[in-house]
Design a binder for this molecule. Structure first.
Ligand code: FES
Length: 323
């Protein structure tokens, strides 16, 4: 049986359907109403307070002790203790906290040497005296470059070359050409650096042509709904078969939202970001890569990996240029 949850938000009401017996904290998390949950829903911190009316399970002694009888009488409950057994109304308090993080500081001069680069080449158009293949035409134009053996890239080659009279931009990773774009797009090359903190996620957009930082944006890490510290979060990922992917999806969605804000604010396409670098503690990076972090929390404390890795953006579901 399903029930309706009526949610009193700042500017009105929202209605959601929920299956009988759904845990209230899970319902809130799944629907992005984020409460403070330092213990990650383990019922020990007493912070997941929310005002509710309707039939829920009776408050236990443990809940009353954490919340206080007076609060219970006023209609407050601890969300992680409650299950929804009727149509209910809830009153989430607006707890959106501004992320406060120092994102600017003194910058060092560094030699610009991005992993990716672009080269514009106006190619000679083929004719009956020049019957070189499209691939050869491209690689012959610039010494040492070679085309990635990628069937999609080969498929796109002829169309792209013809689109702008054989004036194309080669997108390269080192010497390897991994994409061909029509026209001159060399001015359109951005990179992203993301610091995934347990509390905040800070993202820096860089212009990889000028070597300058273009913008900075930071938000609170939404994984805090699974606990304030890494141990609570690892604990959460061990609860069910899906909980690790919940954790992974939460940080990926957060990063993609940040990318969307930075792209809109700077009037660029998200696909103009060609390279992203992520830094964080071992647990945060395990969650980013959807790797089990349980080994980090228990003796002898063994992570899956501590080394740097390079992946295609598409393999991490990061919304930048998929190449
Ligand atoms: Fe900590 Fe509910 S008591 S999240």
């Amino acid at each position: 049986m399903d029930y309706t949850v009526k949610i009193h938000i700042k500017n009105g009401l929202e209605y959601k359907t929920v299956p009988e017996g759904q845990n209230l904290l899970k319902f809130l998390n799944d629907n992005s109403y984020i409460l403070k949950t330092p213990c990650g829903g383990n019922g020990t911190c007493g912070k997941c307070r929310i005002k509710v009316s309707g039939l829920l399970d009776k408050p236990t002694e443990a809940e009353k002790k954490l919340l206080g009888v007076e609060q219970v009488e006023k209609g407050y409950r601890l969300a992680c203790y409650c299950h929804i057994n009727s149509n209910i109304e809830i009153y989430p308090e607006d707890k959106q906290e501004e992320a406060k993080i120092i994102t600017y500081g003194r910058q060092r001069k560094v030699k610009l040497n991005p992993l990716v680069s672009k080269k514009f080449i106006p190619l000679k158009q083929p004719d009956i005296s020049d019957q070189n293949a499209d691939e050869d035409r491209i690689t012959a134009a610039l010494d040492g470059l070679y085309l990635d053996s990628n069937i999609r890239l080969l498929g796109k080659l002829t169309k792209t070359l013809k689109h702008d009279d054989y004036k194309v931009t080669l997108f390269c990773e080192g010497k390897k050409i991994i994409d061909v774009e029509s026209g001159d797009t060399t001015g359109n090359l951005f990179g992203l650096a993301v610091d995934i903190g347990t509390t905040t996620v800070a993202a820096y957009l860089f212009d990889l042509v000028l070597g300058e930082r273009t913008d900075v944006f930071s938000v609170l890490n939404p994984q805090r709904k699974y606990g304030a510290d890494v141990i609570s979060r690892i604990d959460y990922t061990m609860k069910s078969a899906d909980s690790l992917s919940d954790m992974n999806k939460t940080i990926i969605d957060c990063i993609n939202n940040v990318i969307s804000v930075l792209s809109q604010r700077n009037n660029i396409k998200n696909t103009s970001i060609y390279e992203a670098a992520f830094a964080g503690n071992t647990t945060m990076l395990h969650f980013l890569m959807n790797l089990p972090a349980a080994g980090i929390a228990v003796s002898p404390f063994i992570p899956v990996t501590t080394g740097p890795h390079t992946f295609k953006a598409i393999d991490l579901s990061i919304d930048i240029n998929p190449k």
